[in-house]
Ligand binder design. Sequence first.
Ligand code: GTP
Ligand code: MG
Length: 431
Amino acid sequence: MTSESKIRQPIITIAGHVDHGKTSLADAIRNTKVQDTEAGGITQKISFTKISLEQIKKQCPLIEKNNIKLEIPGFLFIDTPGHAAFSHLRKRGGSLADIVILLIDINEGIKPQTQEVIELLKISKIPFIIALNKIDNISGWRKQSENLKENIESQSVNTKMQFQEKLLTLIGSLHHYGFNAKPYYEISDFTKELALIPCSAKTKEGIPELILTLAGISEKFLKKNLTLGKIAKGIILEIKKEKDMLYAESILYDGKLNVRDEIVIATFNEPIVSKIRVLEEILPISSKFKPKDEVSASTGIRMQIVNKDNILPGMPFMIINNNLEELKKELKKEIGEELKTDERGIIIKADSLGSLEALITLLKQENIQIIKLGIGNINKKDLISAETNLKEDPINAVILGFNVEEDEEVKKLNKKIKIIKDEVIYKIIQE
Ligand code: GTP
Ligand code: MG
C-alpha cells in the first residue's frame, strides 16, 4: 500500500435487541456516557461517532503492548436503536457497515430483534462478530483480571459453569442459523468462524479484546475495501429541522466531498441535482458538528442542500464530475431495480429506503408480491390502493407498515382494510 492510497475508517455498526446494551457498549469503547443522557435510556435514532486511532489505542492497551501496527485512521461507529433500525443502514449493493457488532445479552440470548439482524446479516454477507454483553450479571461473576481469558478462567466453579452453559446454548442456536461460532480465543480463521467476545459494557471487561478483534479484522481482511475511492458517495440517514433550517444528516462512506461540489441524490423518480449550501462534519467523540470546507470518508456529515424537495431517508447521493447523465441513469436503474413492483400484491410502507429494501427482500423470500410501495406514513392513497385490491384481489387487501404510523385521516376513514404494523420485520411477515 503506497502512502498515496489512503485508508478510510471502517464503518462499524452496533446492532441487536432492545436494552441489550448497544449504546452502553459504544460508550465503553469511546469512554463516554451517552446512555445516561438518553430519554428513558432508549436510543431513538441512528447516531454516529468518529474515533481516532489515538483514542482507540487508549481504550485498547493491547494494541501497543503487542506492538500491532495499524493503518486504519480510526473507526466510525454507528449506534442503532433496538427497534427496527439496522435495516436502514444499506447502501447500493450492500450494507453501509464494513463490520457489524451483533450485541447479545448473554443472559437473555437470541431475541426477535437479534433474529432479524441475523437474517439480514446472512443475506448481506457482511463480516460480523458477536459481543456477549452483561457477563457481570452472571451470578457470582467478579472481575479478576484485565485479561479476559484469565478473567473467565478464574471465576468460581459454579459461575464458570453457568457461563459455559450460556455460551453453549448460544453456539447451538447460532448453529441453527448456519454459523460456526466460537469464543474468540479458540478461533484460528476469522473468515470461516464467527467470533464470540464475552464482555461487559459496565465493567469494561472484554472491551480491549473486542477492539483488538475489530482492528484485526479491518487490517487483515478488509483493507482492500477500505482504500479511499475517488468518487464521493454517501447515504442520507435523516432529514432534520433545527432552527428553521433543514439538514440532511448523512454518512459519507467513500471519497472526498467539498462544500463547492454539486451532488446528485436519488429519489423515487428523477434524481435531483443540488449544490451544498453548508457542509458540516461530526467532531470526534461528540454529537456536535463543525463547518468544514472538505470532508473525507468515512465520516458523519450534515448538509444544507439547495434543492431539497423529495429527499427521503436512506437515499444515496454522489458527487457530480461532468458525468451527471451517467450518474442519473445509474441511480435510477439501481432504485428502479430494487423497488420493482408486481402486477398484483399487497401495499407496503417503511420509514427509509434501507428498511423498505429489507422488507422487500424478506417478503420475496416468502413469495409475497407487492403492488405498491413507499417511504413514510400510511396515507390516504395507500388506503385507496388497498380498497381497489379489496374489489379486484381481496387476498391482497393488506397494508404492511414497517416502523411507520397511519395518518389520522386513514385511521378515521379505514373500515375494512387490514393494516399490519410492527417494528420487527419478521413479525409483520408472520402476521
Ligand atoms: P436501546 O437503544 O433502547 O435498544 O438499548 P441499548 O441496547 O442501547 O441498551 P443500553 O445501552 O441503553 O442499556 C440498557 C440497560 O442495560 C441500561 O440500564 C444499562 O445500564 C444496562 N447495561 C448495559 N450494558 C450492561 C452490562 O454490561 N452490564 C450490566 N450489568 N448492565 C448493562
Ligand atoms: Mg441504545
